[in-house]
Design a protein around this ligand. Structure first.
Ligand SMILES: Nc1ncnc2c1ncn2[C@@H]1O[C@H](COP(=O)(O)O)[C@@H](OP(=O)(O)O)[C@H]1O
Ligand SMILES: [Mg+2]
Length: 424
């Protein structure tokens, strides 16, 4: 009898265990997943994603690695860096040739075959990877369509410009397929711009006058998201690679792209700015750049345009003098000025308006603005107004441009306003 009860008791325990086991199989997964997600939340609080990404980030090369966390707009940055790098191969070959193929546009600014070829190459790279994106490019294909000699000259250059790294070439779509595809690429830069969506701003050769004079020039590309410059890339074949190389007055003249020259700047909003040597293949390793901390503003080096018609040398000098700056300005063409202050070679960029009616073009500033902001600087117009890139192809609500390290920016803009105010 006793053994019968003992048996029954054992069976009850076994049955109970089975019920508990079955219940826990049914109920455990939701509990478990909740606990795991709590753990993940806790971890992401302790290690914000940007910090984790910072640790895991690969230097931008052309080898995709899907197991490593990617930062925001990493693909866009990589494509922009490679596209600009390939276009500089073309502009450099034109820079070296004696006949730079100048023709005059109706607005009398010089346009070169380099401009048209670089625009064709860059837009074809963008459209290969991001077919839906729009592009605001400085050039159009009207002259190319009319002029057969010009067309074949540009076609030869475009075909010759290849990165000597097949993975890098593939990433940006390889060679342009036909003359018609080249013309269509150039003409795809006709976007009106605006405040919505993904729009690239492209200046295939910024500083055309510097390019023709044998000075500084830059190939510039920026991606704007809903009117905000978010990715910026500048290729400057005539700047020294060394971020620490001091800026002297010669930098803007008699430039050449001999060994030891050629820089590729890049930045993504919220992710920092980098510089790396330009190469003819894949991307070289980059390093972070920062503006110089300026404890004494009177020691600043300020940059301005070579062309007095683009920026008032007189007003710039008056501002520098009020800030106690005694060093002469460093004059150079193009957005090489933005790159130079972003890496701490110079400190301030002053672009005081010459004309009351001129509207700055978005492609002359979008890339430089991201790079300077990400290196620790601030950029506004001459009245301290944020630059509005979302209202079309020009910055029509702004006048002039001022860029400086954050710490001294309020003082700089105060003095700029005094100088402008005195002229009103
Ligand atoms: N009156 C003016 N005021 C300001 N910028 C002007 C201007 N006329 C032309 N520009 C722009 O100045 C750019 C060159 O700037 P910088 O003087 O810094 O090198 C030119 O770019 P492009 O050379 O691409 O045509 C052009 O768009
Ligand atoms: Mg320009």
């Amino acid at each position: 009898m006793t053994s019968f009860f003992t048996q029954l008791h054992k069976k009850k325990i076994t049955l109970l265990s089975l019920i508990i086991l079955a219940t826990s199989f049914i109920l455990a997964p939701p509990f478990l997943s909740r606990s795991v997600s709590r753990l993940v939340q806790l971890k992401s609080h302790l290690y914000p994603s940007s910090a984790i990404q910072q640790k895991l980030r690969r230097p931008f090369n052309t080898t995709p690695n899907r197991y490593i966390a990617r930062m925001a707009y990493e693909n866009e940055l990589e494509v922009a860096l490679l596209a600009v790098q390939r276009a500089t191969l073309l502009t450099k070959s034109v820079f070296h040739s004696h006949s730079k193929g100048t023709l005059t546009k109706s607005d009398n600014s010089p346009v070169t075959i380099g401009d048209l070829g670089a625009q064709a190459l860059i837009i074809s790279s963008i459209k290969h990877v991001f077919p839906e994106d729009e592009v605001v490019g400085e050039e159009d294909a009207d002259d190319l369509r009319k002029d057969e000699a010009l067309r074949s000259l540009v076609w030869d250059l475009v075909q010759a410009a290849k990165l000597d790294d097949s993975a890098a070439e593939d990433k940006i779509g390889g060679p342009i397929k036909s003359v018609d595809a080249m013309l269509d690429s150039v003409d795809s830069g006709r976007s009106a711009g605006g405040r919505k969506g993904r729009i690239w701003a492209l200046d295939p050769i910024d500083g055309t006058k510097g390019f023709l004079r044998g000075g500084q020039y830059a190939v510039c590309l920026a991606l704007m998201i809903d009117g905000v410059p978010t990715v910026g890339v500048i290729g400057t074949p005539n700047l020294p690679v060394d971020d620490k190389a001091p800026l002297d007055a010669d930098i803007g003249a008699n430039a050449d792209d001999s060994d030891g020259k050629g820089v590729l700047f890049g930045a993504v909003k919220g992710e920092g700015a980098t510089s790396r040597p330009l190469s003819s293949g894949g991307l070289k390793e980059g390093s972070k750049i920062f503006m110089k901390p300026l404890n004494d503003i009177s020691q600043a080096t300020f940059c301005e345009s070579v062309e007095a018609g683009h920026s008032s040398h007189g007003d710039n000098a008056a501002i520098a003098s009020k800030l106690g700056i005694t060093k002469p300005s460093v004059r150079m063409d193009s957005q090489a000025k933005y790159g130079s202050i972003a890496r701490g070679a110079g400190d301030l960029y002053l672009r005081l308006p010459v004309s009351k009616t001129y509207q700055e073009k978005i492609w002359d500033h979008a890339a430089g603005v991201v790079i300077v902001q990400e290196a620790g600087g601030e950029v506004t117009d001459a009245w301290g107004k944020p630059l509005d890139f979302g209202i079309g192809r020009t910055l029509k609500d702004n006048k002039g441009v001022v860029a400086a390290p954050k710490g001294v920016f309020p003082r700089v803009i105060e003095v700029v306003k005094e100088v402008l105010g005195a002229k009103e």
